[in-house]
Design a protein around this ligand. Structure first.
Ligand code: SF4
Length: 369
């Protein structure tokens, strides 16, 4: 037995125990088809995209609202990207929504509107990685396809008592588990075990159906498996945000598709240069991004937001328009929006909070008059 592997002779018994436990203990989640019913590939795919990097409880209301808005794959394919991003607003990692939308359009156009059940064809769609392909193929189509996510990694590290299992070893153990009856339920069983029993730090080994196969349990090392990864320091980004107002309307811009938060609406902004003031940064954002001359005035407030690879501070400042008509040099669209209309734009969480601060500071200014 090498690191992160199990003797082949153990696999059938492990699968059997896992399936019996999954049948008895699986959570009733909105995207899971009831036992003995056919899963809807569109719903399975949607749930897998939403669940990446996001907790089950966060996803549930989004999943319901999404299906009310886009009940079928064709309805989603027909929808403009703005509507799709609006429905995704607040879930974060917006490239997931953009790619899902592109992929669904490809399915509508080239696969007669049916999610392809062939792993190679599905994997060729935009944004479909190895995990998503394994999940959708096995759960929706009963294909003997493997998957590895964070929960699976932890469970496998414990089964094999490997403190730092390498990706190829994890995938080959997943591939060893996939063949046989109900591959989708086997995959979901491992993930469910990781989510509810084989949890980080304090696994509930007394409730575990497969502890007889778990090397870490036998050796008492389960709390240390896998070993924590070394956290990399996260860079910090300081951004000046120009809240430009004209006749009670606020200027919004739509970010280019290939940028971070691409396709989402935002206030014009620029990352501050060394020693550059917020006011100067905001004026530069208006000038370089929109060819507008503005004068930065009262600060509105600062919003902090943590992305995966960067921590951002957004310093918003109220700006008066001096001259020019907006030209979206660094954006792909712009709009003057009334505060009441802001709700209809797809704004990322930090931008929504800036809008809230702006409304608050506006009320304060009015009250002082
Ligand atoms: S015995 Fe404990 S550590 Fe091992 S798989 Fe089960 S819950 Fe996880």
């Amino acid at each position: 037995m090498t690191a992160a592997s199990l003797p082949a002779g153990e696999i059938p018994a492990l699968r059997e125990k896992l399936l019996a436990w999954y049948d008895a203990h699986r959570r009733d989640l909105p995207w899971r088809a009831p036992p003995d019913t056919e899963p809807d590939p569109y719903r399975v795919w949607l749930s897998e995209v939403m669940l990446q990097q996001t907790r089950v409880e966060t996803v549930k209301p989004y999943f319901h609202r999404w299906l009310e808005r886009f009940p079928t794959l064709q309805a989603l394919a027909d929808a403009p990207l703005d509507d799709v991003l609006k429905a995704w607003e607040g879930l974060g990692y917006y490239s997931r929504a953009r790619n899902f939308h592109r992929a669904v359009r490809e399915v509508a156009e080239h696969h007669d509107g049916r999610v392809p059940g062939d792993p190679a064809a599905f994997r060729a769609l935009p944004g479909v990685g190895r995990y998503t392909a394994g999940a959708v193929m096995s759960i929706a189509f009963g294909r003997e396809e493997a998957l590895v996510d964070g929960n699976v990694r932890r469970v496998f590290a414990r089964w094999t008592d490997d403190p730092a299992p390498a990706e190829p070893a994890l995938w080959s153990l997943a591939e060893a588990l996939a063949p046989g009856a109900r591959p989708g339920d086997v995959n979901q069983g491992v993930m469910e075990l990781g989510a509810t029993v084989c949890i980080p730090r304090t696994p509930l080994c007394g409730d575990c159906p497969v502890r007889a196969h778990c090397r870490a349990f036998q050796r008492g090392t389960q709390a240390e498996r896998p070993a924590p990864r070394k956290a990399r320091p996260t860079p910090h980004e300081d951004t000046a945000v120009a809240v430009i107002e004209r006749d009670g309307l606020l200027l919004l811009v739509r970010r280019p598709l290939d940028a971070r938060l691409g396709g989402m609406w935002a206030f014009p902004a620029e990352v501050r240069r060394p020693a550059e003031s917020v006011a100067a940064g905001a004026e530069r954002a208006a000038r370089d991004g929109l060819e507008l001359e503005v004068c930065a005035g009262a600060p509105i407030g600062t919003v902090q937001h943590a992305f995966t690879h960067v921590r951002a501070s957004y310093h918003a400042v109220r700006c008066t328009l001096l001259s020019g008509e907006p030209r979206p040099l660094r954006y792909d669209a712009w709009a003057w929006a009334s505060p009441a209309d802001l709700d209809s734009y797809a704004l990322p969480v930090a931008q929504r909070r800036i809008a809230g601060l702006t409304a608050g500071s506006h009320r304060d200014t009015e009250a002082q008059r």
